[in-house]
Design a protein around this ligand. Structure first.
Ligand code: CMC
Length: 431
């Protein structure tokens, strides 16, 4: 990070020279670390609209141009030529693996897929209809009870074991949550299958008959996981970083990230998109719903549209739209075609509407992912779980980056206090 200075003069004439850091690419950042000491003021930026919370080597987004890169590689190239396990290695270790490194990593992930048998008992405690995101967050949090004493966050080897373990076990936990919901027996992982194939097997196989994995389904899942793998300092990743900045157990921090992802403004949007498309129901209803989305007095928003960072097409949405075409054509799920056609038409109407044009509201990653999940037979309540499986490696890479930094500090923002000023306690009899 090279330095420049940003001169800030307060109304009373006190001057501060605030260092300006330059990244590899993207906007410069003003380092305000000494602002309070020198000027006696805090900065104020609810929602972190113009605030960088850390420096990071992992992912770069140019929201104006619609660019997304993992460790410098454009996501389009990774989507076309790589696979999810290789992308996991890239995110965790910073470079594309050699053949040998990839084989070792793949082997390690494949051989960490089983859960401690006792952990399966947790699922018996949930009601049959417990939302799978609630189950996922609770069971991942409970991993901290299994791996507390054996996880020294200051030991690089322990950090590595944590990373491989969480990436490997998340699909197993996700599939167990799904099996509880559908009342089927839990299916153990198969280490001869690759990551996405194994997940499909755990989700859809039953002990009573053979299950054949559809290669298109596995390819589509792998692509979705690549596209969801990381997205710099988004809400859930920032949550993981913040929770873990206290030195908390990393499994608990990932559980916090899963909880943050669940909200409809974040990963929960994929579930909300499908519900919205079903509610719209027919192309003839689109104008009515677009008007609702524009109405200030109506809380309805077009789910899967808009993004805090992208003010252009979300590059992931373009890739997913292409895959949605392929999945629907090849899997022949005719039932889902009207829903996809509805999504395509809604996109066209919104993209031509001045309200959406003026606000740079484009389809985001969640707009089409649900259409694919649905065509694969994955229920709506599992959509955000699938997002979690993809994003888990990003959370883990960010956790590793943060914890490995010896100058790391606990995250502790300040505030603008707007409550009552100093006042004296009044005894209950006098109130
Ligand atoms: N439908 C209708 N209007 C919208 C929408 C939408 N989906 N998104 C933003 N707007 C309007 C909003 O009303 C505001 O208008 P105005 O300037 O007149 O007040 C303007 O656009 C800016 O919106 P904002 O809420 O200030 O923007 P934000 O950066 O705080 O919010 C967002 C970003 C993603 C939360 C928001 O666009 C949204 O709620 N989208 C729908 C939910 C969604 O698809 N979320 C998934 C995001 S991508 C995956 C992920 O992050 O996990």
């Amino acid at each position: 990070m090279s330095q420049d200075a940003f001169r800030l003069i307060s109304p009373n004439g006190t001057e501060s020279a605030l260092p300006v850091h330059k990244g590899t690419t993207g906007p410069d950042v003003i380092d305000i670390g000494k602002l309070y000491r020198e000027q006696g003021v805090f900065t104020y930026d609810p929602g972190f609209v113009a605030t960088g919370s850390c420096s990071s080597d992992i992912t770069f987004i140019d929201g104006e141009e619609g660019v997304l890169m993992y460790r410098g590689y454009p996501v389009e190239q990774l989507a076309e030529h790589s696979n999810f396990i290789e992308v996991c290695y890239l995110l965790l270790y910073g470079e594309l693996p050699t053949k040998d490194e990839l084989e070792k990593f793949d082997h390690s992930v494949r051989t960490h897929t089983m859960l401690n048998e006792g952990m399966l008992n947790f699922f018996k405690g949930f009601r049959y209809d417990a939302h799978p995101m609630a189950q996922l967050s609770a069971v991942v949090g409970s991993m901290s009870a299994y791996y507390h004493d054996t996880t020294d966050i200051h030991d690089p080897q322990h950090r590595d074991i944590f990373a491989h373990r969480i990436v490997a076990k998340l699909p197993t936990i996700a599939a167990a949550a799904y099996k509880l919901n559908v009342g089927q027996p839990f299916i153990y992982p198969r280490n001869d299958l690759n990551y996405s194939e194994n997940l499909l097997h755990m989700l859809f196989a039953v002990p009573a008959e053979p299950y054949e994995i559809d290669p298109i389904a596995a390819e589509a899942l792998d692509l979705l996981f690549i596209l969801h793998a990381d997205h710099e300092q988004n809400c859930s990743t920032s949550t993981v970083r913040m929770a873990a900045s206290s030195g908390a157990n990393p499994y608990s921090a990932i559980a916090a990230g899963i909880s943050a992802l669940w909200g409809p403004a974040h990963g929960g949007a994929n579930e909300a998109v499908l519900k919205m498309l079903e509610e719209i129901g027919d192309v003839s209803q689109i104008p009515k719903y677009v008007e609702k989305a524009k109405d200030r007095d109506d809380p309805f928003r077009l789910m899967g549209f808009g993004h805090r960072v992208y003010k252009n097409f979300d590059p992931r949405a373009k890739i997913i739209r292409k895959m949605a075409h392929k999945v629907l054509e090849r899997l022949g799920q005719r039932d889902d075609t009207p829903l996809f056609d509805l999504a395509l038409e809604l996109e066209q109407v919104a993209l031509k509407d001045p309200f959406f044009i003026e606000r740079n509201l484009y389809p985001n990653v969640d707009f089409y992912s649900g259409v694919i999940y649905r065509a694969l037979g994955i229920p709506t309540s599992m959509f955000t779980v699938m997002f979690s499986i993809g994003r888990c490696v990003g959370w883990t890479a960010h956790w590793t980056e943060m914890i490995s930094d010896p100058s790391g500090k606990i995250s502790r923002p300040r505030q603008l206090y707007t409550g009552p000023a100093n006042r004296d306690y009044v005894a209950v009899k006098d109130r």
